[in-house]
Design a protein around this ligand. Structure first.
Ligand code: ADP
Ligand code: MG
Length: 240
């Protein structure tokens, strides 16, 4: 599903250039359940944003489902992103003046689906998240866990192949974290490739493969074997 070779990314301002990803090699197969860990500033969000075609890269290759992302125009990239990927964020990114149903239905509004049809589909997705009765509540009337489940329903509404979640439990207490992780684990069981950035070991432990980033490189990764995570690979620092 995901093939990355020697991916580099720098952020440039007039004054300086910050080399953030320093030669990432990564393959993730369809249906995998992966987490990305690493210290703050190690490049986790940058990598996730590139995976999600929200950000561009400088050099190297990124193939998503066989398509070389670099070759897409901005319009093609946006279409491909909408077709392939659902995003979940730490801060939920719900629109405060729209109710849960309208938030979930929003991606369909942009696809010009009729109001009636998008409300039906959105309600199905809220129901799937156990939130049917909350459809007409505003975000500020929902708990953190409920808000994140609304955000997940919204992420699912275009039937993405991949869910990318950046610290999805970062704003939640431990009980709600378990609740949200159950939702993500179930989605993965249903076949959605799921990639979660986290700094919480308990969250990473729910996944089957943990990629450890350090200073823009993959330091090592561990894979779950019979329920136990085993370190399987080291990526040597590359000269640049
Ligand atoms: P992480 O998610 O692991 O905390 P990030 O990928 O967000 O790390 O950031 C990696 C580095 O890049 C940090 O030093 C951060 O300050 C910097 N950075 C992130 N986004 C930008 C940006 N849009 N412009 C400039 N620097 C950025
Ligand atoms: Mg981050």
């Amino acid at each position: 599903m995901i093939q990355i070779r020697q991916l580099h990314k720098s952020y440039r301002t007039e004054a300086l250039s910050l080399h953030v990803l320093k030669g990432i090699d990564l393959e993730i197969g369809a249906g995998e359940y992966v987490s990305i860990m690493g210290a703050s500033g190690s490049g986790k969000s940058t990598l996730l944003n590139i995976l999600g075609i929200l950000d561009t890269y400088d050099s190297g290759e990124y193939f998503l489902n066989g398509t070389l992302i670099k070759n897409l125009s901005e319009t093609q990239a946006a279409l491909y992103r909408n077709e392939m990927i659902g995003f979940v964020f730490q801060s939920f990114n719900l629109i405060n003046f729209k109710n849960a149903l309208e938030n979930v239905a929003l991606p369909l509004y942009y696809k010009k689906v009729s109001r009636k049809k998008r409300n039906i589909i959105a309600l199905e997705h809220l129901d799937r998240m156990g939130l049917k009765d909350w459809a007409h509540h505003m975000p500020n009337e929902l708990s953190g866990g409920q808000k994140q489940r609304v955000a997940i329903a919204r992420a699912l509404i275009s039937d993405p192949k991949i869910i990318l979640a950046d610290e999805p439990t970062g704003a939640l207490d431990s009980k709600t974290t378990v609740e949200v992780m159950e939702v993500l684990t179930n989605l993965n069981r249903e076949g959605i490739t799921t990639i979660i950035v986290t700094h919480e070991p308990s969250v990473a432990d729910a996944t089957n493969r943990i990629i450890h980033l350090k200073d823009g490189m993959i330091e090592y990764e561990t894979r779950k074997d019979n329920g136990v995570h085993i370190t399987t690979q080291l990526q040597k620092p590359q000269m640049v």
